[in-house]
Ligand binder design. Structure first.
Ligand code: CS2
Ligand code: MG
Length: 412
């Protein structure tokens, strides 16, 4: 099972995706997602210049050894670029191993632990009326758990809020707040923490009054609060029984979550920008969080993420895998295979990709009754269309930056 070829594929069907394709000497092909939103070419170059030469001629079956070689063997370890590159290699090798075994990947990961992976969708609105319409539109499309984001009065644009009703409902202009924008320089947004903290409890009260107590509701703070502000928000939202409150602080300082935890019983989710198990060491061992948010694409692949979840399971912490549109269908497929097998699965984020993206990657997972089901064919269930991908050339794009009202750069 020697590796004969490894290609870095870049396409932009509405947004940029970086994919690694590994081919063995006897023609088995595996795919891995290496997309790092807004910094795509850094990972592509890391792969093509530094990793592909190491792969050629290696045994494709050596998944753990390859992971360790690319992690320990380069001296410079961790970081989003390195870990996304390792993730792509690792995922492609799992895809190959499952194809050779003649099984869908989840069978190699231990087999089914559940019927499907429950997901949550993104609803948003510039006011409550638009937000309610967006929640209804998501429920009509089959979502049974909803993330709620809303504009903050007095702010021109807010993270997570679509710029039109159609986008908020999840049309094909869907989720326009999410992709890195195709602009020569990052767009600048403004942020007022006090206005945000005042506004959010009333929004959740209105949503609960309209939709009742059952619907699981989530909210993303996108790293913007200090620990004491986060503690206040968690406390203020307790009456509305959130499924989780996400990324309340930047959490590079894991100990910050001790303070938040002491003040609130609102469940906490964190980690979409983390990339190794070490980023979670204090958070997990001190039970400061309830859900682990890393993605296969950013945290070292199936091998890296499985290791984090098994550690989390010892502390009754569950998975809540990051699944915005910047995780390609390859990364999402891998998450669904892992999620169906994992004992401590919690929920999966799901922002459906555009029709063009589906046409390029041809994923075989399906969205049924509020959950994602993996495909049943051997491997991950991805079949990349080179000709179509080639018709969507890479376009430079930047995520926005965020400034406080006085101009200070803040976390986006
Ligand atoms: C977001 C992310 O899905 C989420 O919870 O926080 O979509 C994040 O904005 C993007 O991954 C940035 O690339
Ligand atoms: Mg998030």
């Amino acid at each position: 099972m020697l590796i004969a070829q490894a290609e870095v594929l870049i396409t932009s069907p509405g947004r940029n995706f970086v994919t690694l394709r590994i081919r063995t000497a006897d023609g088995v092909v595996g795919y891995g997602d290496a997309t790092l939103n807004g910094r795509e070419l850094a990972v592509a170059t890391y792969l093509s210049e530094h990793i592909v030469p190491l792969l050629l001629g290696r045994d494709a079956h050596l998944i753990e050894d390859t992971w360790q070689l690319l992690y320990r063997g380069v001296y410079w370890r961790r970081g989003p670029v390195t870990m996304a590159a390792i993730a792509a290699v690792d995922t492609a090798l799992w895809d190959i191993k499952a194809k050779v075994a003649g099984m869908p990947l989840y069978q190699l990961l231990g087999g089914r632990s559940r019927v499907s992976c429950r997901v949550y969708g993104h609803a948003s609105g510039r006011d409550n009326e638009e937000l309610f319409d967006s929640i209804r539109a998501h429920m009509a499309r089959g979502f049974r758990a909803i993330r709620v984001q809303t504009a903050i009065p007095g702010q021109d644009s807010t993270y997570g809020v679509a710029s039109s009703s159609a986008a908020a409902a999840g049309s094909d202009a869907r989720y326009d707040y999410e992709p890195a924008r195709r602009v020569p320089l990052p767009i600048e947004e403004r942020w007022d923490t006090r206005a945000y903290l005042r506004h959010m409890p009333g929004v959740f009260e209105a949503v609960r009054n309209e939709f009742g107590p059952e619907l699981p509701l989530l909210h993303d703070t996108h790293h913007r609060l200090t620990p004491i502000q986060a503690a206040k928000l968690g406390k203020d939202l307790e009456p509305y029984d959130l499924f989780w409150l996400e990324d309340v602080t930047p959490a590079e300082n894991q100990e910050a979550l001790r303070l938040v935890r002491r003040h609130t019983t609102t469940p906490l989710a964190i980690g979409e920008i983390f990339n190794t198990i070490w980023d979670y060491q204090t958070l997990i061992s001190e039970q400061l969080i309830d859900y682990v948010r890393s993605a296969i694409t950013h945290a070292g692949g199936v091998t890296g993420l499985k290791r984090i979840f098994e550690y989390a399971a010892m502390y009754q912490i569950k998975s809540g895998v990051h699944g915005p549109t910047d995780i390609s269908p390859v990364g999402l497929a891998a998450a669904v295979h892992l999620g169906i097998a994992l004992h401590n699965f919690g929920i999966q984020e799901y922002m459906p990709h555009s029709a063009d993206t589906h046409a390029v990657f041809r994923p075989t997972y399906s969205f049924v009754d509020g959950g994602l089901m993996p495909g049943e064919e051997p491997g991950l269930g991805i079949d990349y269309d080179d000709a179509l991908a080639g018709s969507f050339p890479y376009q430079p794009a930047y995520l926005p930056v965020n400034r406080l009202l006085d101009g200070t750069v803040h976390d986006w």
